[in-house]
Write a protein that binds this ligand. Structure first.
Ligand SMILES: [Zn+2]
Ligand SMILES: [Zn+2]
Ligand SMILES: [Zn+2]
Ligand SMILES: [Zn+2]
Length: 397
């Protein structure tokens, strides 16, 4: 009987060990994506594998299990939106960027439109402003000149041999006046008057005796005055100025000795040293290396662009050459570029187009002339002389 009991116990222990494996306390390993909870000792399992917990694919990573890192499929790849002037190339999905925003591609301002980006339509500044000036208050003078944006001068003789110079703003308001009184008994008294960038230069003298050279700034302040002997005369009565004009610097000769009396800059009206004059001569770009008379009758470096304003040898056509002297564009008439970067060109001498520094026409036929030619460009001012003697002044900004 005892034996039988033992046998039963043994059997049930055996049976128990067959059911529970190791018959010890299980040591469970947690369930994973692919394996259920499993006993490390006996291998017994419980429940089901967890299954992958997928994170959706992104631009740069495929569908990936958050738990075990298993990947499936391919990354989506970025969904690029092209770069704009404000934003670089950008992924619509994740916002990743590549490269830099585009540079604006500016189309120049025209009389109708401001400077406008060809890509994004952004604008900057204002349309080109063209203002025709009415300077009829200068009529009746023997000579008149619009000096700059806000100053002009009229010369008239009254009484006989007294030359009056009256300065006005462009609305015709009188600012100040001055005169050269050439009445005299002991010989002819000559005079000259000229305007430059920052000053005006007056000269008056007795032939073969003395002259006074006076330079005033445009606030009507005397900035240079010299007594000079009128020996060899320039234009009749003036102290002889060499007719070179190196970056504004001139020599003034005392008389026929040919010795320079002094040096000054006609644009500023200031006296310069001989050394400064020589440097100005050296830096002068009046005759570039490429210049030849056979090719160009006129050739001068433009003040605003890298171009040269040139004419054919007979001066019948005008236009622009590059810094190697190659013709870029020729017209019947052409001006230098003004401070705002515009020039006037005409293919028939009557109608003028406004061009920008890339020679694009930005204003078609803005001036209707009458056998006109461009007399001058000063600052933003263009002056057009017409065959009937009338003048057209326009400011272009
Ligand atoms: Zn176990
Ligand atoms: Zn997983
Ligand atoms: Zn993306
Ligand atoms: Zn843009």
């Amino acid at each position: 009987m005892k034996k039988k009991v033992l046998a039963i116990i043994l059997l049930s222990a055996l049976a128990a060990s067959m059911i529970t494996g190791c018959g010890c306390e299980h040591k469970w390993a947690k369930a994973t994506c692919k394996e259920p909870k499993t006993c490390k000792l006996c291998g017994e399992t419980e429940g089901e594998p967890l299954g992958h917990e997928w994170a959706e694919a992104t631009c740069e990573k495929p569908k990936t299990c958050k738990r075990c890192g298993k990947e499936s499929g391919e990354p989506l790849g970025h969904e690029w939106e092209e770069a704009t002037c404000e934003k670089p190339k950008t992924c619509k999905r994740c916002g990743a960027t590549e490269g830099e925003p585009l540079e604006h591609d500016w189309a120049p301002a025209t009389p109708d439109t401001p400077k406008t980006c060809r890509i994004c339509g952004a604008t900057e500044g204002d349309p080109v402003s063209i203002e025709f000036l009415d300077v009829s208050f200068l009529n009746g003078g023997t000579w008149s000149f619009v000096i700059n944006d806000d100053l002009c001068v009229k010369e008239y003789e009254s009484p006989s041999n007294v030359w009056n110079y009256e300065f006005f703003d462009l609305s015709g308001n009188y600012l100040y006046g001055t005169e050269l009184d050439c009445r005299m008994s002991n010989g002819h008294k000559g005079h000259s008057f000229t305007v430059t960038e920052d000053c005006y230069i007056m000269s008056m003298g007795i032939k073969n005796k003395t002259s006074t050279l006076s330079v005033y700034d445009y606030d009507h302040r005397l900035i240079l005055e010299k007594e000079v002997k009128s020996g060899k005369l320039f234009g009749g009565q003036f102290p002889d100025m060499d007719d070179s004009n190196y970056n504004g610097c001139k020599r003034v000769f005392n008389d026929t000795t040919g010795d320079p009396l002094f040096y000054f800059n006609v644009n500023t009206g200031r006296e310069v040293s001989e050394e400064e004059y020589i440097i100005a001569v050296e830096n002068s770009q009046d005759t570039p290396a490429f210049y030849s008379e056979e090719k160009y009758g006129y050739c001068k470096k433009d003040n605003v662009t890298d171009l040269y304003l040139v004419s054919t040898p007979d001066r019948s056509r005008w236009g622009y050459a590059d810094s190697d002297g190659n013709e870029i564009a020729m017209y019947m008439d052409a001006s230098g570029f003004n401070e705002s970067g515009y020039a006037l060109v005409s293919s028939d001498g009557r109608t003028y187009d406004l061009i920008d520094t890339e020679l694009n026409v930005v204003g078609n036929g803005i001036v209707q002339g009458n056998s006109a030619y461009l007399a001058s460009t000063h600052g933003n001012l263009f002056k057009i002389d017409q065959a009937d003697g009338s003048k057209i002044y326009l400011m272009v900004k």
